[in-house]
Write a protein that binds this ligand. Structure first.
Ligand SMILES: O=C(O)CCC(=O)C(=O)O
Length: 291
């Protein structure tokens, strides 16, 4: 992994940091719930000690963001221009910090995602951090994740949101629109733009069904959502920060649909039609190899 990360990493597909024998599995009811609603909430992913360590590492990373610009894939441009108004959002922490790196192999994270994508081989796509400081007005406009990912196809992508802090409506918690994963692909939304801009693109019946539900998580718990689920979040009106570490995965076999630019900043171009693969997109779970 030389040059790929800012640390010496020897972690293979199964990292020594996590107890690799224990794969958390979703039950049939959860699988059906995901099919119906497009999301699951309240998954226990990180221990109290892990949350404590991740918080410390995140705070260090947040205070040194400029030093890591080479390794990070992206620091949200709108945040750089208007940090007092826009949520801090950056991609690529897994290349900077060893714990963020190892997190992508965590069995309580990878197995549920593989189950929901119905794949034996789960591949890492990228990570994201969404950070709302205390009493911060930044909202994340309603959006679907796949609207940002059409450079890869087919859509066999999934998102896990891991809450670093206790999260609810008062601190600008995530909100999901149940059933909206069945609405087809809607236009991409501008980060830092109008929270409700997406509503202009909804049909009358979609507007009628637009009933967001708050996602309530304890620190260390996670939610998982479908690549087409409409979600967003409002301002943090509380005295508590609201930080989320988001991990995005794909089923092995997803291909590059557009090679006019690298898939992510600094990543070698993979020709269109070729599967997404290579050291930047490692296999994080291979169920066939475990047997
Ligand atoms: O943290 C937020 O409010 C937005 C998170 C998000 O968009 C995601 O998890 O895909």
């Amino acid at each position: 992994m030389s040059g790929m990360t800012g640390f010496e990493s020897h972690a293979g597909p199964i990292s020594a940091r996590w107890p690799s024998q224990r794969l958390s599995s979703l039950c049939d009811e959860q699988l059906q719930q995901f099919e119906r609603d497009g999301f699951l909430v309240g998954l226990d992913v990180l221990s109290t000690d892990d949350v404590h360590e991740l918080t410390q590492r995140l705070e260090r990373l947040g205070s040194e963001l400029e030093c890591h610009q080479d390794l990070l894939y992206e620091i949200e441009a709108a945040w750089l221009e208007r940090p007092g108004e826009v949520v801090l959002h950056f991609l690529g922490a897994w290349r900077v910090d060893e714990m963020f790196h190892d997190l992508i192999y965590h069995p309580a994270i990878t197995h549920p995602c593989a189950q929901l994508l119905k794949t034996p081989r789960l591949r890492f796509w990228h990570d994201q951090v969404f950070w709302k400081p205390v009493r911060h007005p930044g909202a994340v406009p309603w959006h679907q994740d796949y609207a940002y990912w059409t450079r890869t196809a087919p859509a066999a992508h999934i998102t896990m949101f891991i809450s670093v802090d206790e999260m609810g409506p008062d601190n600008g918690g995530l909100e999901y629109v149940p059933g909206s994963h069945g609405w087809g692909l809607l236009p991409q939304q501008e980060f830092g733009g109008d929270m409700n801009a997406l509503l202009d693109s909804l049909s009358q019946s979609q507007r009628t069904s637009f009933r967001p539900e708050p996602v309530i998580l304890k620190a260390g718990q996670a939610s998982i959502h479908h690549s087409h689920l409409v979600h967003g979040s409002r301002a943090n009106t509380s005295d508590r920060p609201r930080r989320g570490v988001v991990l995005n995965f794909i089923a092995d076999g997803v291909k590059v649909a557009d090679d006019s630019e690298p898939l992510l900043k600094g990543v070698p171009i993979i020709p269109a039609g070729q599967p997404v693969a290579g050291e930047f997109f490692p296999i994080v779970l291979d169920l066939d190899a475990r047997e």
